[in-house]
Design a protein. Structure first.
Length: 260
């Protein structure tokens, strides 16, 4: 039986500092497809010299961009890798061997992530069980939501043994931009579902998130890095509900103005 062919999809926006390393790590794929969101930092020119194809689309949110890109792939299997991730040599060998099997019952595969924060490995802080579906059949798509969308699996999902390396923040400024963006997107998803924040959301959920990740999930064992991560996680919950409260106030004000 012929080897199943693989397309590696790498979504990017102003990732010239990451591009060479991430594209080198997926070069084992039959096709390397870069999906650019109209970068302005030289990413397009560098990607064109390193990848098989570069396509462009205005960015809306992650799931939308990825679902648009998947049908553009030339091959039946997809490896989706973000610009701040790296596919280790061990993971490359595992994926290659998997796709060379005579038969394959799974349609998607979970992969563990080893996370780094500002250059330090994060072993706990609620991130120790981080895993994502990144190897899957081209017929599958992501859930249509703004944050932490995952592939909708049809059939059986397997588990890869080797991990994907994830450099979650190159500097604090970049991380805080992402932190704020994700809080707003989560608020938009909650608003669309009709969720209204109250006492529990404002006063109980943020400290609970912090203490759960810092004590119950071992953030204290990650030292100062764990304290910062858990503090930001708790604060992101509070920021999300500030955004959500503002959305409801704006909606109610608009309704009053439009009331005959």
């Amino acid at each position: 039986m012929a080897k199943r062919r693989l397309t590696a999809i790498v979504p990017v926006f102003n990732e010239v500092h990451n591009l060479r390393e991430v594209l080198d790590s997926v070069r084992f794929a039959d096709e390397v497809l870069v999906v650019d969101s109209f970068s302005t930092d030289g990413s397009v020119a560098l990607a064109a010299s390193l990848a098989d194809r570069v396509i462009q689309r205005e960015y809306q949110y992650s799931a939308s961009q990825k679902n648009w890109a998947i049908p553009q792939a030339a091959n039946e299997w997809i490896l989706l890798v973000d610009a701040d991730e790296r596919v280790s040599e061990a993971l490359q060998r595992e994926i290659t061997a998997l796709l060379n099997r005579e038969s394959l019952g799974e349609t998607a595969f979970w992969v563990k992530r080893r996370n780094w924060f500002l250059g330090k490995r994060v072993r706990f802080s609620g991130w120790q069980n981080d895993r994502v579906i990144r190897l899957f059949h081209r017929d599958l798509r992501y859930e249509d939501k703004h944050v932490h969308s995952e592939i909708r699996v049809q059939g059986k999902a397997g588990q890869l043994q080797n991990a994907l390396h994830h450099n979650t923040a190159r500097n604090m400024e970049a991380y805080l931009e992402k932190w704020k963006r994700y809080a707003r997107w989560k608020a938009e998803d909650a608003f669309a579902k009709g969720v209204k924040p109250g006492f529990v959301q404002f006063f109980l959920e943020p400290p609970f998130r912090f203490w759960r990740q810092y004590l119950l999930q071992g953030g204290i064992l990650d030292g100062w890095t764990g304290l910062v991560i858990c503090g930001l996680e708790g604060s992101s919950v509070l920021l999300r509900y500030f955004y959500l409260w503002g959305m409801w106030r704006e909606s109610e004000a608009t309704a009053r103005l439009n009331k005959p």
